[in-house]
Design a protein around this ligand. Structure first.
Ligand code: ADP
Length: 422
């Protein structure tokens, strides 16, 4: 069984978001971490390659995206999806425009769409203007983003500044006339020499319609919203006898690792501490006696893992984090904690028999996944929106892993997750 849809995502949590959408729409989906060295083994309908290319120099983003495309083509993928953020995070130098253009060139196609709309998260596009939470993008807070400030909500203008291709618009009035009108509009835009069309979309019905009109395009570019409609285009080739979210069951000990200091995570830890044994890693103590603190946490885990999940967290209040940062430096404090989390994860899995692991924090997850040598993730049921259970590929034995970026999840996330295990 060869995958049909090949996706390239410009960051890790964005990749998971896209993969979850595809699973919920009926495609069995694998997410890889970077570009795999080896061919794919899992029988899936879609593959999402997670890059970290959103804010790197455009030249490097192009290079990585093309490598990802080549690998996806080798796996047999037929249609390709370049996934970026629903707030169109980019600068005049890129990377959405340059990467789109390079992918078009590599695929030998002279037309594609660009649609960041994600109605579920209140991102919509109307007459080419992107709205976030009901206000134009440049009034949504995104104008102050540290890396990709978005100061213009007009995506036709924004994208035109990033690419040598001509950028046009498939507007809402056309969309309302149905997919035949959209297809006719695509033909007209192509005849006019337009290479990339920004697409309006306000609700999921618009995205379903747009997806139907994109059926024959070799490449689409979008946020995760368009993924809702694409599986329907190949419905007759999908295996409907199986739940796309079904994962192989994994037995073993359970642990939670948290390095996220977000408000949502702190509330989840508060809740979890009442239901499971927990141990706190203090950043300053780590600096004083790194091995002593790590060993003590592992010893505590070893004594408690038989009874159920154990929580190990460095997460701390803003004041405590500030104190640690003042003493160690912002970067150094973060790296020290990440190193400890990575080492603890490796010991929990390698020595203490943990096979089911929750990790809270984007950077923390990155460090843990690297330490465990995870190459890919089969995507399962979501615990909370944007945080699915997954099973790992590449590790010695498959693990059940859930990677939560800071602000995601309800307060009972760390306790209810176990009840939703594959
Ligand atoms: P989020 O997804 O919430 O942003 P991340 O894991 O991406 O979480 O980032 C949290 C950062 O804070 C990590 O670099 C982590 O190592 C660091 N950190 C965690 N606990 C502490 C602490 N007690 N003091 C200082 N830094 C910490």
């Amino acid at each position: 069984m060869r995958p049909i849809l090949g996706c390239i995502a410009d960051d890790f949590t964005g990749a998971t978001d896209l993969a979850s959408q595809l699973v919920s729409a009926g495609m069995r989906t694998l997410q890889t971490i970077g570009i795999p060295q080896a061919p794919l083994e899992a029988g899936v309908d879609a593959v999402v390659v997670a890059l970290k290319s959103r804010t790197i120099p455009a030249r490097e983003a192009i290079e990585q995206s093309i490598q990802a495309l080549d690998w996806l083509r080798e796996q047999g993928c037929e249609q390709f999806y370049f996934k970026y953020c629903s707030t169109f995070d980019s600068t005049p130098a890129g990377n959405i425009g340059p990467v789109t253009e390079a992918l078009m060139e590599a695929l030998g196609t002279d037309f594609t769409v660009a649609c960041p709309a994600l109605p579920a998260n209140r991102r919509s596009v109307f007459n080419g203007y992107l709205f976030a939470n009901g206000v134009p993008l440049n009034e949504s807070g995104m104008q102050d983003h540290p890396l990709t400030p978005m100061t213009d909500a007009n995506l036709v203008r924004v994208l035109n500044a990033q690419t040598t291709r001509n950028v046009g618009l498939i507007d809402y009035a056309t969309l309302r006339q149905g997919d035949a009108a959209v297809t006719a509009r695509i033909d007209a835009l192509k005849a006019d020499g337009i290479g990339i069309a920004i697409c309006d979309a306000i609700d999921n019905d618009d995205l379903f319609m747009l997806a139907r009109a994109c059926r024959d395009l070799p490449l689409v570019t979008a946020g995760s919203g368009l993924a809702l409609g694409l599986p329907a285009n190949v419905a007759e080739r999908l295996d409907h006898t199986q739940d796309a979210a079904r994962l192989e069951p994994i037995a073993g000990r359970e642990a939670v690792l948290s390095g996220s200091c977000s408000r949502a995570t702190l509330a989840q830890i508060e809740h979890a501490r009442q239901h499971m044994p927990s141990v706190h890693l203090d950043a300053q103590a780590l600096d004083d006696d790194y091995q002593g603190v790590v060993d003590a946490a592992l010893e505590y885990a070893e004594g408690n893992l038989d009874a159920g999940p154990v929580l190990i967290y460095a997460s701390a209040s803003p004041e405590e984090v500030r104190r640690a940062q003042q003493r160690l430096g912002v970067q150094q404090a973060g790296e020290l904690v990440e190193r400890a989390m990575a080492e603890i994860a490796a010991e929990l899995v390698g020595r203490l028999g943990v096979r089911r692991l929750l990790v809270a924090g984007g950077e923390t997850s990155g460090a843990v996944v690297t330490a465990l040598d995870v190459q890919g993730l089969r995507i399962g049921e979501s615990i909370d929106p944007g945080v699915p259970w997954t099973t790992t590929l590449g590790t010695e034995e498959p693990l059940a892993l859930a990677l939560k970026s800071g602000n995601f999840g309800a307060p009972d996330f760390m306790t209810k997750a176990w009840k939703l295990m594959p």
